[in-house]
Design a protein. Structure first.
Length: 311
């Protein structure tokens, strides 16, 4: 922590001045988590693994009345605490624990439960890894067909426009230089390949993080079969509307070829996209706030993540 030495001094200072620390249990301490602030209550027996300072001392140090005469710079400082992400159900995220998920279908019928592998769907969230994978994906998508004409390719004569000396003007050997109208472009873009290699471990970890983020947000739905009962777009639109705050949904089919009925039901919907399990990628997951996966797709993804990397 940035203010660890100051907080250690704070704990020692308050311990000498306080006769009973238990009287401050239940008060609130101002905390901050990067960009937002929150208030956390000091419960009896609570423990913060990220801080070596007793919460009872911090509660008194940040109290508004400052009855023990703490220095102003210690009282007005806010304690920085990097809170750990949690699942929608309140459990800690990123502990590699197997997750039990409810299985349903497009009719909202209960089809039992399934167990998601913790090393695939419950890994710690790392934005830097996701950023690296997305930049790599977008770089591979670039066509790189841009091209500008050099002085040898631009249209025009190569004749010297006028004599070297005696005109009073600057000397020129051509009228197709970069300083002239309709002239060449110096150091302009030429066709090139923007793709580059990214370690397979990083690619695999990026997909795990994207899936784990959707699970932690409660935005991953598991279906026994992603084949809808009807190919009508109206029925699919009604189902997506029933999901609540869902702008875009990505349906992952476990088959090698996406079901025809599913394609017809979603082809005219901006809010729904379909992708086979073998084509699932980080960028597609991030573009959709809700992810629907079939049991076959989950099995294929887990097998793909557990396959040893060929070197």
């Amino acid at each position: 922590m940035a203010y660890r030495p100051r907080l250690q001094f704070l704990a020692a200072y308050s311990a000498r001045r306080l006769s009973s620390a238990e009287s401050y249990v239940g008060s609130k301490v101002p905390m901050s988590c990067r960009r937002f602030g929150c208030w956390t209550s000091l419960e009896s027996g609570s423990h913060n693994p990220d801080s070596r300072v007793a919460r009872t001392h911090l509660a008194d140090a940040f109290s508004s009345n400052n009855s023990i005469g703490m220095p102003w710079f210690l009282v007005q400082r806010r304690v920085v605490s990097y809170l750990r992400a949690t699942h929608a159900n309140g459990e800690k995220q990123g502990c590699y624990n197997d997750i039990e998920m409810k299985v349903m279908n497009f009719m909202n019928e209960d089809k039992g439960t399934t167990l998601l592998a913790g090393d695939v769907f419950d890994v710690p969230i790392r934005r830097d890894i996701v950023h690296r994978v997305v930049v790599w994906q977008l770089a591979k998508r670039r066509q790189g067909t841009h091209s500008t004409k050099t002085i040898s390719e631009v249209s025009g004569t190569g004749k010297k426009p006028y004599k070297q000396k005696g005109t009073g003007m600057a000397r020129h050997g051509t009228l197709r230089g970069p300083q002239f109208r309709h002239g060449a472009t110096m150091h302009g873009p030429k066709p090139r390949d923007y793709s580059y290699n990214l370690p397979k471990k990083v690619r695999r970890l990026g997909l795990k993080i994207a899936l784990s983020a959707r699970v932690a947000e409660g935005k991953l739905l598991v279906f026994d079969d992603v084949t809808p009962s009807s190919h009508k777009t109206k029925e699919m639109a009604k189902f997506i509307e029933g999901l609540g705050h869902c702008k875009r949904v990505l349906i992952v089919d476990g088959a090698d070829k996406v079901n025809t009925t599913l394609c017809r039901a979603t082809s005219n919907l901006y809010a729904a996209d379909v992708i086979p399990a073998k084509g699932l990628n980080v960028y597609s997951i991030l573009q959709h706030d809700t992810l629907i996966m079939s049991l076959d797709a989950i099995q294929l993804i887990e097998n793909r993540m557990h396959t040893p990397i060929n070197r």
